[in-house]
Design a protein around this ligand. Structure first.
Ligand code: PEP
Ligand code: MG
Length: 567
């Protein structure tokens, strides 16, 4: 049943991760309440039967999830397969069986073993911390199976709803029908959580880390604006209709857009693609939207490679990427291994804080040979395929000495050299770095992580890892200004470039190229085409007064007309 009450609007805020607008009644996905822990102890002769029942339940749950994985595509299939394997995880099973052997009934044993594992995942933090939602999901499914109850999950519906949840598991999200679930809003989760990844793939507007939505009752109409990150109850009927109609116009403008990137007053902005291998590059080339490659993350090519490929073998791989854009700019980033991207053949150290440890360019201190060999391979690839627009940049640069050394190696090979601006030390002192290189590329994902001292992988820190944080924006503005003064090309290749509103602000700051996941190019291109450089500059000035990401977004909006009204 849906209820619609016009009243004084109540606005909740979260972090928008998939843009869009929706207006529909709310439907809560609530977790089943956990069983009481005061069950009578099992007698010794009941225990083997309980162990069998538990093992069978985990097999059934895993099997169901694997079957769903087989019928899904892309990241949905991947995350379902990962959740399925969690249901038969050896250490979890061992722990549960240990409890049952001690006389704890199967359902309670599952609860206790999961709590123990969740605790160790949370202490490990990072990606492991994010997997606790998956683990709770598997727990609830196995308990339902043991009790002979229907599988828990999202509420079924025969009319469009806004799905609200504390957090959603991949298994919940993967099967969502975008025509029935108009938007997703979660109290927890972050931009990299599975909910976000799958919502992006399904194209469902999504806001995460909306801490106060617990107050929203089941079935009330909710206006979700996943551009501003607001969730409004009690909105006026006409306002909600306007917002939805405006969104439809925005989508039409995006569909009608075609490159190359330029503002309404014809100022060129290069729109490039982020890629990771020949397959993603081919997709980018076929889309026709990207003007070239602004970030080729070479480490993602090698995440499963145990032995370092020879120079010739690497050259073949790089050449395949370059050939997809034979006449256009291709920016190859040298190996950014370590931290959340462990490359088996590159030095991997056990460190307490890997994001602050030996990663990116720093790994060359432990393996002096790899970088020169990778640069040889890039040069060989460029000359073999006759590519004249290959540039090379280094990740995680933090000192002038590293920059001089790196630029020397690249220039010796006749290639153009750049650095990523990801560590605040570089942005703060950019006047000393920029003259040493041919271009810089601002990696806003890591720059935000390091400026805000907030792990970008943490599901609990979405508010901090928001590139609209005013201190991050100030550093980007400073970097762009100094680069313009020193005549150094400046690009942004982090997620910030994929946010249409922020893209306009970045251009106003003096950024000349934006590189992003290919599907983000048309929304960014269409938004840029609707504004003038002067408006972008005014927005970049307006946000200087902001003291929070929400305020920064608001100030930018005051200077930049919404997309639809410009068409
Ligand atoms: C960044 O940090 O913004 C970036 C583009 O690099 P990555 O996301 O690969 O760390
Ligand atoms: Mg980075």
């Amino acid at each position: 049943m849906s209820e619609f009450h016009e009243g004084s609007p109540c606005v909740h805020y979260g972090t928008p991760v998939v843009s869009g607008v929706a207006w529909a009644p709310s439907a809560w996905a609530r977790r089943p309440t956990l069983p009481a822990q005061d069950e009578a102890e099992l007698t010794p002769d009941q225990r083997p039967g309980a162990i069998d029942a538990y093992m069978t339940a985990t097999d059934v749950v895993a099997q169901r999830l694997f079957e769903r994985a087989e019928h899904s595509e892309g990241s949905a299939a991947e995350v379902l397969a990962v959740t399925a394997s969690m249901a038969t995880d050896k250490s979890w099973r061992k722990e549960t069986v240990r409890y049952i052997e001690a006389g704890v009934p199967a359902v309670q044993a599952v609860v206790r073993a999961t709590a123990k594992l969740i605790d160790s995942f949370e202490r490990a933090g990072g990606i492991m911390g994010e997997r606790t939602t998956d683990l709770r999901d598997v727990r609830d499914r196995v308990i339902a199976e043991l009790r002979g109850e229907p599988e828990p999950g999202i509420p079924r519906t025969d009319h469009p709803v806004v799905l609200l949840a504390d957090d959603l598991s991949p298994a919940d999200t993967a099967g969502l029908d975008p025509s029935m679930y108009s938007a997703i809003v979660t109290e927890f989760g972050g931009p990299t959580s599975h909910t976000s990844i799958i919502a992006r793939q399904l194209g469902i507007p999504c806001i995460v880390a909306a801490r106060t939505i617990g107050q929203i009752a089941e079935g009330v109409h909710v206006l979700v604006d996943a551009h501003t990150g607001t969730i409004t109850t009690g909105a006026r009927h006409c306002d909600a209709h306007d917002a939805v109609a405006h969104e439809a116009e925005r989508l039409a403008a995006i569909r009608a857009w075609h490159g190359p990137g330029r503002t309404r007053d014809d100022v060129r902005v290069e729109l490039l693609a982020n890629v990771q291998d020949d397959v993603t590059t081919r997709l980018a080339a076929h889309s026709g939207d990207a003007e070239g490659i602004g970030l080729f993350r070479t480490e993602l090519y090698f995440l499963n490679t145990q032995v370092e490929p020879s120079v010739d073998d690497q050259a073949v791989l790089y050449g395949k990427v370059m050939q997809e854009f034979p006449e256009s700019k291709v920016v190859v980033r040298t190996l950014d291994s370590g931290s959340d991207k462990p490359v088996p053949f590159a030095p991997l150290l056990e460190e307490a804080n890997p994001a602050l440890g030996v990663r990116g360019i720093r790994t060359t201190g432990h393996n002096q040979e790899f970088l020169p060999r990778q640069l040889d391979a890039i040069r060989l690839a460029a000359s073999s395929v006759g590519h004249e627009h290959v540039l090379v940049m280094a990740p995680m640069i933090s000192t002038v000495a590293e920059t001089q050394w790196f630029a020397g190696l690249v220039h010796d090979r006749g290639l153009k050299a750049g650095i990523m601006v990801e560590v605040p030390s570089v942005a703060i002192m950019i006047d000393k770095f920029a003259p040493l290189v041919d271009f810089v590329s601002i990696g806003t994902n890591d720059l935000t992580q390091y400026v805000m001292a907030a792990d970008r992988m943490s599901p609990h820190l979405a508010e901090y890892t928001d590139p609209w944080q005013p201190s991050v924006l100030r550093l980007i503005a400073h970097t762009a200004k100094v680069c313009r003064e020193t005549g150094t090309d400046v690009c942004v290749c982090g997620e910030a470039a994929a946010d249409p509103l922020l893209a306009c602000v970045l251009v106003g700051m003096g950024v000349q190229s934006l590189s992003m996941a290919c599907p983000a190019i048309p929304p960014v291109g269409a938004r840029l085409a609707s504004v003038t450089l002067e408006q972008c500059q005014a927005a970049s000035v307006a946000i200087r007064e902001a003291t929070s990401p929400g305020e920064a977004r608001h100030f930018a909006r005051t200077q930049l007309p919404p997309l639809a009204s410009a068409h």
